[in-house]
Design a protein around this ligand. Structure first.
Ligand SMILES: NC(=O)c1ccc[n+]([C@@H]2O[C@H](COP(=O)([O-])OP(=O)(O)OC[C@H]3O[C@@H](n4cnc5c(N)ncnc54)[C@H](O)[C@@H]3O)[C@@H](O)[C@H]2O)c1
Ligand SMILES: O=P(O)(O)OC[C@H](O)CO
Length: 346
């Protein structure tokens, strides 16, 4: 039976520890916050991040990260993306031969623009890192609510190994070889979820949100394809699937932060109020800069960047989006444009 270590006892790390422990796996968990570990050990509950959910006895807490990963088959990295590099630096000298790593963080490293699997590979030298992504709020997974996700790795055997480890009757895991697309979808949907939350906070309706989600998917796909991803991945769980859940769920930290900003709070006030990690803020900066580098049109991302980092009034941002130069719907796809031009009645 595999032994799994989980690095980061936030909402998602804890929810997946519970899932694995309920399957009968031995799970070791570490966090930099000793208070969280004490709560898990003594109360069998993560009171800060996942209150009300019992944590099985076979989740063992480790205040020492090296002891936590020792003799485990799989390491799940559950810290926010800005902390992944630092964690890898700490553990790289203590990895066992054959130990696998799965990243569950959804972000792009600011400054380097690397995806999380690339950061992990760069730091540890492991070349078959796996990622797990898809529409999966910790609050629901930890309560056995049916959920589907996707795992990806350069190596099919590793993706299938991780698929087997996580699969349960309530947690269905698909594989997808397009690691670039899976990671970019998971990261960029947070930008659109922030925008969807802002729209809700401004009092706009379902029409506006549907527009943001649809045009947001176009932006995500455009940048992803320019960076080497497969278009079809964005129609899957880690693309549109995660976009839907994050833009519509009250569990979403990104959407909740957006609602507060739309209601007039500053970005810092919104982040303080949400308390948990809101990955979309840093990802907006990275994606905005990437859109310039790859010369990809990302108007929603650009307006959100101006709201978050240049103090633009969110209402003006929406007006500016609505007043952009008129165009045809699928203008980015040359094949579709040619077909459309032929199909108009003259
Ligand atoms: N919460 C979810 O439902 C969910 C689902 C899928 C993916 N994710 C992704 O998982 C990652 C973690 O999110 P979360 O919701 O569990 O976050 P969280 O805010 O609930 O918890 C973050 C955890 O990371 C730790 N941490 C923060 N900064 C750190 C640092 N610099 N070094 C070491 N540890 C640090 C904190 O102590 C805390 O335990 C994010 O990338 C998020 O997008 C979350
Ligand atoms: O709560 P959010 O907005 O960080 O989203 C969490 C997950 O990515 C949803 O799949």
């Amino acid at each position: 039976m595999s032994k799994v270590s989980v690095i980061g006892a936030g909402s998602w790390g804890t929810a997946l520890s519970i899932l694995l422990a309920k399957k009968g796996l031995r799970v070791s968990i570490w966090d930099r916050n000793d208070g969280l570990l004490n709560d898990i050990k003594k109360a069998r509950e993560n009171i800060k991040y996942l209150p009300g959910v019992i944590i099985p006895q076979n989740v063992e807490v480790y205040p020492d990260i090296i002891e936590c990963i020792k003799d485990t088959d799989l390491i799940v990295l559950g810290v926010p993306s800005h902390a992944i590099r630092e964690i890898c630096k700490n553990i790289k000298g203590s990895l066992n031969d054959g130990q696998k790593i799965v990243s569950i963080a959804k972000g792009i490293e600011n400054d380097t623009y690397l995806r999380m699997s690339q950061v992990i590979e760069e730091e540890t030298g492991i070349n078959d890192v796996c990622v797990l992504s898809g529409p999966s709020h910790a609050e629901e997974v930890s309560r056995d609510i049916p959920t589907t996700v996707v795992v990806s790795s350069r190596k099919r055997t590793v993706a299938e190994y991780v698929q087997d480890i996580f699969m349960t009757p309530k947690f269905r895991v698909y594989t997808n070889p397009d690691i670039t697309g899976v990671e970019l979808g998971g990261a960029i949907k947070n930008i659109i979820a922030l925008a969807a939350g802002i729209s809700d906070g401004l009092g706009y309706g379902d029409n506006t949100k549907a527009a943001l989600m649809t045009r947001g998917l176009a932006e995500m796909t455009r940048l992803g394809v320019a960076m080497g991803a497969d278009t079809f991945t964005f129609s899957g769980l880690s693309g549109i699937g995660d976009l839907i859940v994050t833009c519509t769920s009250m569990h979403s930290r990104n959407r909740r932060a957006g609602i507060l900003i739309g209601q007039g709070k500053s970005v810092n006030e919104a982040l303080t109020e949400v308390k948990m990690v809101v990955e979309g803020v840093k990802t907006t900066k990275a994606a905005y800069e990437l859109s310039k580098r790859y010369q990809v049109e990302m108007p929603i991302t650009e307006k959100l960047y101006e709201v978050l980092f240049q103090d633009k009034n969110p209402k003006y941002a929406v007006t500016e989006l609505m007043l952009r130069e008129k165009t045809i719907e699928l203008h980015e796809n040359e094949e579709v444009v040619t077909r459309e031009q032929k199909s108009w009645e003259l």
